[in-house]
Design a protein around this ligand. Structure first.
Ligand code: SF4
Length: 691
C-alpha cells in the first residue's frame, strides 16, 4: 500500500469496465490514483471484482498515454506531433471537403461505449449536424444490438427488464443462457452464486463448462448456434405439459397462435438431436423455469452474437411471455450488457436509426423536434450500421471515418477485412487514450481523457444512470473529449459552444422523454445516487421494473422464431467449431487491464481450449503451441486441453492481440441488427512443428 489513510482523498465514481456499474471510491494522493475501494452501490453492495479493484486506475497514469495530437505523413507512414489548432483544422477541413465532394453519407462516426453519456451524445450530434448523415454507431453493434432490436420488437423496449438486485435475490430459479457472469460480469456472478447457496435453482444453458456449471441443477451443454431450437423446445414443453400462463397470454400478448404452430414440431427428442443435449434434461429445465414463482432469464453474448442473434433474443421473450414471467419482480428478460456504458451508447442515439432515447430518425415529428433543437436540417433515411461501414469503405462509398475510443481492428470479426476497410478510407481520425491497433492506421490521432479525468454519467446494464466524477488532472496536452468535439463542430461551421458535462446532459434530457426527469442535481439527492430510465419528469421515481401491467409496445409480441444453423459449420477442410468469450482478468481489448502488471502476470496471452479427445487425436499436449486456421486467417496460440468444451468444439478469449481470435471469426451478419456471428465459425487446428 503506497498511502496512509489520512493522506488520500476519496472520489466516488463508477467502475469503467463492465456494465454492472459497481460504485467505488477512487483513492487520490497528490493528484495520483493509488487505489479503488468498493462502496455500497445499488448494483454491487460494496463488492468489486479484480478488474475494478486493481485494473481500473493504473492504466489512467500509464506512461504510454497519448499526450499530443498526432498527424501522419502518408508518404512515410510516420506520425508527428501537432498543435491542437493544426490537427483540428485539418480534421474539420478534410471532412468538409469530403462532404462537398461525395455528400454527407460518405462520412461516418463511431462513438465509444466506454465513454460517458455526454461524450457519446456529442459525437452523434456532430455526425448528424456537421457530417449530415445518420452513419453513426457504437460497439453495441457487435455485442448487444440484437438485444436492442429483439427486445424492442417483442416487448417495446430494447433493455434489461428488471434490476440486478431483483433478479439475484430471493428468486426461485434462474435461467442463465449464453452468459458466463463470473468472468464477464463478476459482481453479478457473485450474487448468482450466493443465490444458489441460498436455495435458488440454476439452469445453465451454455456450450462450455463455466464456473457456475458446478453450482447448476441442470447444465444444457448445447451445440453453439442452437439457442433457438432450445427455446422453441422449451415452449413446446410449456404447451404440451400445460405450463403456460393462459390468462397472461390472452390479456397481454399477441402472436401466440403463430408461435404455437411453429413450436409444435420442436419435440424434446428433435431438439435434443439438434442441440446435442438430453431430452429429459430439457423437460426438467422447462418444468423448473415454468413452475418457479420468480424466475428471471439472464442472457448474454451467447444469445446475441449469431447470424440469427435477434431471433435468438426474441425467442427469450417468447419463453418468458409464455409462462407470464415478465412485468413483475424477480422475472423478466435480462441481457447483461458488456461495456460500462454500452447501454448508454444506445440510449444516447449513437445508432444509425435512432436519435437519443430510441426515437426513430424516420419519424417526421421526431425529426422536426431535433431539427428545431439543433437548428439544422437532418437526414430522413437510416444510416449505415458499423458492420456495414467496413464493406462500404472497401467499395469506396465511405471516404471519411471518425472513431472515438473504439478499436475495431482488434474487436471486430475478420481482422483482414477490417484492416482493408480502414486502409481504403481517404481519411481516418481516431480519438483515443492509447496508440491502439486502429489508431496506428489513422491519419490524425487526438488524445482524449479517461473516466478519472472528467465528469459525466454511465448507464449500467439495468438502465441505471450513475455519476462519473473527476478525480485527477494529468499533465500533458490532452483535452476533454467533449471539448474536442465541440471545437471540431465549430470549425466545421456549426455554432456549438463548449459545455460542461451537466449542461450537455440537460440538453440531451430536454429532447429525450425517457431521461427528462434526470439531472445531475437530482442524482446527487437520490438515496442511491442513481435513477433508472424511463424517468419522464422531475417527480417520476424512475422505473426499476419495465412492462408492469402493460408492455411498452402495448401487447407483447410472440415472434415465430425458426431454428436455422449457423452460417459456417465444420467440414472436411475446417473440421472444428470455434466459439469465443471473455475471461475474468481482462476487459475487451485489454487497452486498460493490459496495463496492470498483476493482471497480465495471471493472464498475459491468448489460448485456445480444446477437448481432450480432439487433443489426443491431434497429438497435442496441454500448453503446446498450435496453429489455428479458418477461411479468413491463421494465428498461433497456446493449447489448453480440458473437457470444458465438447468434442469437436473449441473456445478462445477475445482479449489478446497476440493470437487474436478475430483473425478467424466470421463477419456473417444478422438480418435485423447486423450483428456478426462471433460465436460460431469453422476452424482447423494443427500442432506446430518444434523449432
Ligand atoms: Fe467493475 Fe464490472 Fe468488476 Fe464491477 S463487476 S468491479 S463494474 S468490472
Amino acid at each position: 500500500k503506497s498511502y496512509r489513510s489520512w493522506e488520500i482523498q476519496r472520489v466516488r465514481t463508477t467502475c469503467p469496465h463492465c456494465a454492472v456499474g459497481c460504485q467505488y471510491d477512487l483513492l487520490v494522493k497528490d493528484n495520483k490514483l493509488v487505489g479503488a475501494e468498493g462502496v455500497d452501490g445499488p448494483s454491487n453492495g460494496g463488492r468489486l471484482c479484480v478488474k475494478g479493484r486493481f485494473g481500473s486506475y493504473k492504466f489512467v497514469m500509464s506512461g504510454d498515454r497519448l499526450t499530443d495530437p498526432l498527424i501522419k505523413d502518408r508518404a512515410t507512414g510516420k506520425f508527428r506531433k501537432a498543435s491542437w489548432d493544426e490537427a483540428l483544422d485539418l480534421v474539420a477541413s478534410k471532412f468538409m471537403t469530403l462532404k462537398r465532394q461525395y455528400g454527407g453519407d460518405s462520412l461516418a462516426g463511431f462513438a465509444c461505449s466506454r465513454s460517458p453519456n455526454e461524450d457519446i451524445y456529442m459525437v452523434q450530434k456532430m455526425v448528424r449536424t456537421c457530417f449530415g448523415t445518420n452513419n453513426t454507431d457504437n460497439c453495441a453493434r457487435v455485442c448487444h444490438s440484437a438485444s436492442v432490436e429483439g427486445l424492442a420488437r417483442t416487448l417495446g423496449s430494447g433493455a434489461m427488464t428488471n434490476p440486478i438486485y431483483d433478479i439475484t435475490h430471493d428468486v426461485d430459479a434462474i435461467l442463465l443462457v449464453g452468459s458466463n457472469p463470473e468472468e464477464a460480469h463478476p459482481v453479478i456472478g457473485m450474487q448468482i452464486r450466493e443465490a444458489v447457496r441460498n436455495g435458488t435453482k440454476l439452469i445453465v444453458v451454455d456450450p462450455r463448462d463455466i464456473g457456475l456449471t458446478k453450482q447448476a441443477d441442470i447444465h444444457l451443454k448445447l451445440r453453439p448456434g442452437t439457442n433457438i431450437a432450445f427455446a422453441n423446445g422449451m415452449c413446446h414443453i410449456f404447451i404440451k405439459e400445460g405450463l403456460i400462463d393462459e390468462k397472461f397470454i390472452a390479456e397481454h400478448t399477441e402472436g401466440f397462435k403463430e408461435l404455437k404452430k411453429i413450436v409444435k414440431d420442436y419435440t424434446p427428442e428433435y431438439v435434443a438431436e439438434i442441440c446435442g443435449i438430453d431430452a429429459d434434461d430439457l423437460r426438467a429445465a422447462a418444468r423448473i423455469y415454468a413452475t418457479a414463482k420468480k424466475a428471471p432469464i439472464i442472457y448474454c453474448l451467447g444469445v446475441t452474437e449469431h447470424s440469427t442473434g435477434t431471433e435468438g433474443v426474441m425467442s427469450m421473450s417468447n419463453m418468458a411471455m409464455m409462462v407470464g414471467k415478465i412485468g413483475r419482480e424477480g422475472c423478466g428478460v435480462n441481457p447483461l450488457r458488456g461495456q460500462n456504458n454500452v447501454q448508454g451508447a444506445c440510449d444516447m442515439g449513437a445508432s444509425p436509426n435512432q436519435y437519443p432515447g430510441y426515437q426513430s430518425v424516420k419519424d417526421p415529428e421526431i425529426r422536426a423536434k431535433f431539427e428545431k433543437a439543433w437548428g439544422v436540417k437532418l437526414p430522413a433515411h437510416i444510416g449505415l450500421h458499423a458492420t456495414d461501414v467496413f464493406p462500404a469503405a472497401i467499395k469506396g462509398k465511405i471516404k471519411g471515418l471518425y472513431i472515438c475510443g473504439e478499436d475495431p481492428v482488434v474487436t471486430d470479426p475478420d481482422t483482414n477485412h477490417v484492416i482493408n476497410a480502414l486502409k481504403s478510407l481517404d481519411f481516418l481520425v481516431v480519438q483515443e487514450l492509447f496508440m491502439t491497433e486502429t489508431a496506428l492506421l489513422a491519419d490524425v490521432v487526438l488524445p482524449g481523457r479517461s473516466y478519472a479525468e472528467k465528469d459525466g454519467t454511465f448507464s449500467n446494464t439495468e438502465r441505471r444512470v450513475q455519476r462519473v466524477r473527476k478525480a485527477i488532472t494529468l499533465p500533458g496536452n490532452s483535452r476533454l473529449d467533449t471539448d474536442i468535439i465541440c471545437e471540431l463542430m465549430r470549425r466545421m461551421g456549426y455554432n456549438q459552444p463548449n459545455l460542461t458535462a451537466s449542461e450537455i446532459f440537460d440538453e440531451m434530457a430536454s429532447v429525450t422523454p425517457s431521461f427528462r426527469g434526470i439531472s445531475y442535481e437530482r442524482l446527487e439527492k437520490e438515496p442511491t445516487q442513481s435513477l433508472q430510465w424511463p424517468c419522464t419528469d422531475q417527480y417520476h421515481p424512475g422505473t426499476p421494473i419495465m412492462h408492469v401491467g402493460k408492455f411498452a409496445r402495448g401487447l407483447g409480441l410472440f415472434y415465430p422464431t425458426v431454428y436455422t444453423p449457423a452460417k459456417e459449420l465444420p467440414d472436411a477442410q475446417y473440421p472444428m467449431m470455434l466459439t469465443t468469450g471473455r475471461i475474468l482478468y481482462h476487459y475487451n481489448t485489454r487497452a486498460m487491464t493490459g496495463r496492470t502488471e498483476g493482471l497480465m502476470e495471471i493472464a498475459g496471452h491468448s489460448f485456445i481450449e480444446i477437448n481432450s479427445a480432439d487433443a489426443k487425436r491431434l497429438n497435442i499436449e496441454n500448453g503446446e503451441r498450435v496453429r489455428v486456421t479458418s477461411r479468413r486467417g491463421t494465428i498461433t496460440t497456446e493449447a489448453r486441453v480440458s473437457d470444458k468444451t465438447n468434442e469437436g468444439e473449441t473456445w478462445m478469449p477475445f482479449h489478446f492481440a497476440d493470437g487474436n481470435c478475430n483473425w478467424l471469426t466470421n463477419a456473417a451478419l444478422d438480418q435485423f441488427a447486423r450483428i456478426p456471428e462471433y460465436k460460431v465459425c469453422a476452424c482447423r487446428i494443427e500442432k506446430l512443428p518444434e523449432d
